[in-house]
Design a protein around this ligand. Structure first.
Ligand SMILES: *Cc1c(COP(=O)(O)O)cnc(C)c1O
Length: 368
């Protein structure tokens, strides 16, 4: 049997008729940038997240960059301020900080959940730290009740990197509704995926929403009038139209991911495979990735590949060991993050994975 890591074609084929109709609607409208589809998607996504404002962007990285940039333009952050961020995140979180001439303070994650925990975060807070970038890595909410409290007590801005966690919630409060602002990615492989690049910011403050709306569009709040100097980071009409289709199915897709993850966690009995922990309720995780730890990763992947099972590594190189950050971060010693980058491996999980495929993956892992 062949089990692909992620079959994007099959994921979108389920909605082919609706996606094609959405594309035709945009083609026939004659309006391709910042029109009714973007406006409608922003309203629908804000309502689904439970956040007062949503601003569509070209991708997730631009949403992260513009959130921090917006706070700078509003005078809440300045060059050189520090932002605490988990050390084992995807590099985009850190790029958003340095792109704004802010300084990343890398915090080791909690070992069981791979996520930022409040104790290590509190210990990392120096007077320079003015904001926290909490990443809901692999689809699990970080400890947001505690982190949001800490930020409130210390007067810190709280930004969520929700690129992997659409729909994860604690007590009904979803990723994107905990922080002062949040960034989402709709890269095709994310739980809510467009058919190309797309992203969005959600936020509580109308002033930040207005500023990011201007920033994504050359800094222009009114045609031919520029408030600030901004990039072109707009969400396309056609991607917004596709996302409006996909948004209708995200809750069902997340349920299927949870079912598969529940089976993996109950049925994988190989003691060489350390299963991921769930910090709060089952609802706090949407399983963008199902990440296990093994000490002999190469052999583990090779054996599964021989049985037709495709796995992946998220991520093979820690951000502080990237060439791009050799000067700024290369001197850091982060033993837990480094161990995770040596040992993590992601098993297939997706809404189109069949029960027979799950059976097969479990059987192959247990037979080692
Ligand atoms: C995907 C991702 C991003 C970047 O989103 P893009 O849309 O690819 O720019 C940022 N942070 C995390 C954690 C991600 O997984």
């Amino acid at each position: 049997m062949n089990v692909p890591f992620l079959d994007l074609k099959a994921i979108n084929a389920r909605h082919a008729a609706e996606l094609k109709a959405a594309a035709v609607r945009v083609i026939d409208s004659g309006w391709y940038v910042l029109g009714e589809e973007v406006k409608a998607f922003e309203a629908e996504f804000a309502a689904w997240v439970g956040s007062p404002h949503c601003v569509g962007t070209s991708d997730g990285l631009s949403a992260l960059i513009l959130a921090l940039r917006g706070w700078k333009e509003l005078g809440l952050l300045k060059d050189g301020d520090a932002v605490a961020v988990p050390a084992n995140t995807y590099i985009a979180s850190i790029l958003a900080i340095t792109e704004n001439r802010l300084r990343p303070v890398l915090v080791e994650p909690d070992e069981d959940t791979f996520n930022l925990g409040v104790a290590k975060l509190a210990a990392a807070l120096t007077p320079d730290v003015k904001a926290v970038l909490a990443v809901h890595l692999y689809g699990q909410l970080a400890d947001m009740p505690a982190i949001a409290n800490l930020c409130r007590e210390r007067g810190l801005l709280l930004l969520e990197d929700a690129a992997q966690a659409h729909g994860a919630h604690i007590g009904g409060v979803k990723a994107g509704a905990w922080g002062d602002a949040a960034a989402f990615s709709f890269y095709p492989g994310k739980n809510l995926g467009a058919l190309g690049d797309a992203g969005a910011l959600t936020c509580k403050d109308a002033k930040l929403a207005e500023m990011v709306r201007a920033l994504r569009n050359y800094g222009s709040h009114e045609k031919y009038k520029n408030l600030v100097q901004g990039p072109n980071d707009r969400l396309d009409e056609i991607q917004a139209a596709f996302l409006r289709v996909k948004l209708k199915y995200i809750d069902d897709d997340n349920s299927r991911r949870r079912e598969i993850a529940r089976r993996y966690r109950q049925e994988i009995k190989n003691t060489a495979v350390k299963l991921p922990g769930v910090r709060a309720s089952e609802d706090s995780h949407v399983w963008h990735l199902f990440v296990v730890r093994v000490s002999n990763r190469d052999a583990f992947q090779k054996k599964l590949a021989e049985q037709g099972i495709q796995t992946a590594i998220h991520y093979p190189v820690a951000p502080h060991h990237q060439q791009a950050y050799a000067k700024e971060l290369g001197h850091l010693k982060l033993p837990l993050t480094e161990a995770l980058h040596r040992e993590v491996v992601s098993l297939p999980v997706s809404p189109v994975m069949t029960d027979a495929e799950v059976d097969y993956v479990v059987a192959q892992i247990n037979s080692r």
